[in-house]
Design a protein around this ligand. Sequence first.
Ligand code: AHR
Length: 629
Amino acid sequence: YTITVDPRGAGTAIPDTMYGVFFEDINFAADGGLYGELVRNRSFEFLPVDNQAYTGLTAWTPVGTGGTATTVNDDARLNERNRTYLNLALSTVEGGGYGVTNSGWNTGFALKAGGRYDFSVWARTDAAAGTPLGVTLHDTSGAALAAPIAFTVRGNSWSKYTGTLTAWRDTDAGRLSVRAAGTGTLKLDMISLFPRDTFRNRANGLRRDLAEKIAALKPGFVRFPGGCLVNTNSHYGYDAASNYERSRSYQWKDTVGPVEERATNRNFWGYNQSYGLGYFEYFQFSEDIGAMPLPVVPALVTGCGQNRATNDEALLQRHIQDTLDLVEFANGPVSSTWGGLRARMGHPKPFGLTHVAVGNEENLPDQYFANFLRFRAAIEARYPTVTVVGNSGPDDTGATFDRLWALNREAGVDMVDEHYYNTPGWFLQNNARYDSYDRAGPKVFLGEFASQDNKLFNSLAEAHYMTGLERNADVVQMAAYAPLLANIDHVQWRPDLIWFDNDESWGTTSYQMQKLFMNNVGDRTVPSRFTGPVIQPRGITGAVGLSTWATAARYDDVQVTGTDGAVLFRDDFANGAGQWTSVEPRGAWSVVDGQYQQSDTAALDTLVKAGNITATDYDLTLKATKLSG
Ligand code: AHR
């Protein structure tokens, strides 16, 4: 082989923001992940509408005698957005106590010997003399892990009580209990335990090891808060009058202000999201790690398997105004309404927002683009220096992609978001994807990409592909691997960049690869040429007959393996996500009675074709656990 390098040649300039991260609350990346809160379901808002497995007492267990514990949503609530609270009806005998224990995330509360943990709770009581409340950290056998703290709750209106617990020893299986004594009714809400030791020691901060792993990448930008999370379900916001609409799109105003006044919402990925990690925290984190913040706002056209566009003009106007308010929140003076809120939250200086992305993976190109143009016109009229980023739908090619690119090009959009998750073979074969992109057209923001597994080979394919991104850095100006984080016990999507449980985290080989590139972003590429035999990637092309799969049968643990036993694709459909996460077409799978149904046998053929499987490389076996049908 010969590699000819021309060090003096005019290479392509690479922007400092070339590589970044994409944070989405998928795989419990926020609550139970990057967000430092240790209590699960602290505000008792886990509801069956979020996930059928939930009750108001999810993660809580009643303890002691002399009482009943229920969750209540009535006029006594903490506030209109924090509607459900814990009601302890007490009839304890002297010396006894009754309350609830929280089991935390994964195996429990991860505590470090000597670590300080800030406890807080909102409470009210109807007992005239007040209600004693004890707080303990203990292990699963009940042995104390810290000196207890105690309060007397007084008065029948909500007040906040705070204290600090210092852990005696390391554990990853702690429990937090609150127990009351006496008689009467004690109401509790927002029971919180926060490590003092957060990233940059910020209050309401981020879990240190995860934030540090992200910071170590030296990301040029942080795209947030999603993904499918942003742009799906209803676009109506929180509405007390309609009794707390759940499952609405991610709307930034729900996520700012005091945490006890933030709404909670059903997450697109099938669980409750507290919004404790909200827009202020995203901006703060971006600033802390020296990355450009890049928020994504809903475009009022759904994507990600949902195909709905609003025809509600007032709603569209409200979302456009919300986006203008977002820029004011990030950049406005403290004298402005939203800049003032930013200042009250602790950041009088502007965050310096320069880009806003509108929408994510819409499948209705014309409806999406009509809305995009409305957002762009309003933003540019008020904030002419802000770049408004469009997108090209859910696929790397195809009719929607082509139509969206045509519309973006015609309208002179500055930057277009592309997403794709493909096989390693695809990445190896498509290094030249951007060589032919129109230099006069919109720039590309590769907002999500990954080769579909967490093996070294995938990371090598990504690295190979990224050399093509850099060679085309005059067009591809920003790129991010996706998704970023996954809690090992709550996985909706794989592969992911960083995995974690409640006390440990580890980067994948793709993490190391991204880190290598992101820590070594060059000023420009150096022209080079390779001569020698070209080795075709050991890929897979052609069809594999799967048409014997019965219509409407249900399967689990689907794998495609080669004769050498190597698993080429696998999906165990963990945790009820109901999506084929490793390969396209994802949308062909649906959930029936909590199980997975594939009613489109052609889709399975496509699935294997999409993997470019060639019988010359492997004889393939498709294995799955048949559930029924
Ligand atoms: O990264 C996971 C998901 O992939 C994102 O939410 C979505 O934009 C894409 O389909």
